[in-house]
Design a protein around this ligand. Structure first.
Ligand code: 9MR
Length: 486
């Protein structure tokens, strides 16, 4: 990790993290990755459509899936975020105490990087897929084992992930805490302890709590809400809440939007992390049409909630889904059939992401009355400072930048220009629109971070390819005024 010499500013309190690239950039990058025969409308992908709207669209895959050419062709082109479905779980990573195995997850990380996908880490602390040695520990050793596991795994993937599901599925359906090894040993405090340990191991990755059946307003989501509120009030590092969203056909909760919004009001971002929508088999055309409406409503809701940063479908096609194995007689839960052909829900999802939206015809400008200039006392000149960090691997890098308004008047709508080192080329960006992709580029604000009050900051980031020079950019200027970096 390289940083400017300045100390890192406090993590911004505002909800950030939605992905946004210019439509042109998104389509261009998706097009270069699009394999022949790809299902979906020519030239557009769920990924590019979602990114043009400022959110991500992701999927979960296993290392075994990497041997399936049809699956990887869809995964690598249609989705911009990848969650390893099993390979980052405790039973794979640390099957015996102190012995760590990252090879399976590393393969998935390499696949994501090769396809310029970002990654969600799943999951560090969970009662399931937990090796028996953890459950057999005396209570007074569980905290040390948990901390060691988190420190090692988060450290291994430091700088490579967008987010971690730090604690998964900690609640029972009635909102009580699940009495697993962690709760039994440490009580409710294990959640804060896990989050703090993760933050110490990677200061930049987003830290999430993740659960199912918390999508609507109910006792379980109330419990998550109260926990998040309490953690935030104590200053515990927590950036987001993941709503798994394993839905049953026709039962997307009508309170989804209100529920997501009560969480974002607490200062966390939200994401749909494991979306699927199961139906009784065989699937009828009526059911498949309903599934399209279900997917579309989830997407429309996320787009309508400021701070909803993206949606991940759990699995690529119906044949990869966990549903038939767990709910006999049910299935057909994803956007793709067993042969990776797009189902009606694909078109419904693409439409919800704006695929059919007509490009607005610019209104011919008839010269109207000249607006009277508002008398203004000239305020102090814009003044700014930029801090940043970069994490790189052989051909790629992830960079996070924070621009602070060091002047005394608010900035309303901003453009930060800077020079990328030779050989670096932006492939995707979040919380800013970056154009062009190389050379002297300009990052412009997205809707929700356009105003920077005096003393406040805006943060954004991008992923780029490089040819060896992984230095931070130089020559920053905010709306034409040079910024300091040291
Ligand atoms: O998709 C995962 C499947 O391959 C595993 O067999 C299963 C074991 O619990 O876990 C699945 O993923 C789960 C996820 O990690 C947490 N939420 C529920 C998912 C479906 O079971």
């Amino acid at each position: 990790m390289r940083t400017f010499r300045t100390p890192r500013p406090r993590r911004p309190r505002r909800v950030v993290g939605a992905l946004a690239v210019t439509a042109a950039t998104a389509l261009a990058s998706a097009a270069t990755l699009l394999p022949a025969g790809q299902a979906g409308a020519a030239g557009t992908t769920l990924r590019s459509l979602a990114e043009a709207k400022g959110i991500y669209f992701g999927t979960a895959i296993t290392q075994g899936d990497l041997n399936n050419a049809a699956l990887t062709a869809v995964a690598g082109s249609q989705f911009g975020m990848l969650t390893p479905a099993n390979e980052m779980k405790w039973d794979t990573v640390e099957p015996s105490r102190g012995s760590f195995n990252y090879a399976p997850a590393d393969r998935l990380v390499s696949f994501a990087q090769a396809h310029s996908m970002r990654l969600r880490g799943h999951t560090l602390v969970w009662h399931s897929q937990l090796p028996s040695w953890v459950g057999a520990l005396p209570a007074n050793q569980v905290q040390a084992a948990m901390r060691n596991h988190i420190t090692n795994e988060v450290g291994h993937y430091k700088g490579k992930l967008y987010a971690w599901d730090v604690v998964n599925e900690m609640f029972n359906e009635d909102g009580g805490f699940r009495t697993d090894a962690f709760y039994n040993a440490m009580g409710v405090g294990f959640v804060a302890d896990a989050l703090r340990t993760a933050r110490a191991a990677d200061p930049n990755v987003k830290l999430y709590l993740n659960d199912y059946n918390i999508e609507g307003l109910n006792a379980k989501s109330d419990a998550m809400y109260n926990l998040v509120k309490s953690l935030k009030s104590q200053g515990v590092p927590l950036d987001g809440v993941g709503f798994q969203a394993h839905f049953v056909l026709g039962q997307v909760p009508s309170s989804l939007k209100a529920n997501l919004e009560r969480f974002t009001a607490l200062g966390v971002e939200v994401a749909v992390t494991e979306l699927d929508d199961r139906m009784q088999l065989p699937a009828s055309s009526t059911a498949l049409a309903q599934q399209g409406r279900d997917y579309a409503s989830v997407i429309t809701t996320c787009l309508a909630v400021r701070g909803c940063v993206g949606i991940t479908q759990w699995g690529v096609g119906d044949g990869d889904s966990w549903i038939p194995g767990t709910f006999p007689g049910y299935g057909a839960a994803t956007l793709y059939d067993n042969n990776y052909q797009a189902k009606p829900a694909y078109a419904a999802s693409a439409a919800a992401l704006g695929s059919g939206a007509a490009t607005p015809t610019p209104t011919p400008s008839t010269p109207g009355p000249t607006p009277t200039p508002t008398p203004s006392t000239p305020g102090p000149a814009v003044s700014c400072a930029v801090t940043g960090s970069v994490s790189s691997w052989d051909t790629g890098l992830v960079e996070n930048l924070t621009v602070t308004n060091t002047g005394s008047t608010a900035v309303n709508g901003w453009k930060l220009a800077f020079d990328l080192p030779a050989g670096q080329s932006v492939t995707s960006a979040w919380s800013a629109v970056i154009d062009p992709s190389a050379g002297r580029v300009t990052a412009g604000n997205v809707e929700y971070n356009g105003t920077i009050a005096p003393g406040a900051s805006a943060s954004f980031g991008f992923q780029a390819t490089h040819t060896g020079d992984v230095a931070l950019p130089t020559g920053f200027s905010l709306d034409g005024t040079p910024c300091t970096t040291a």
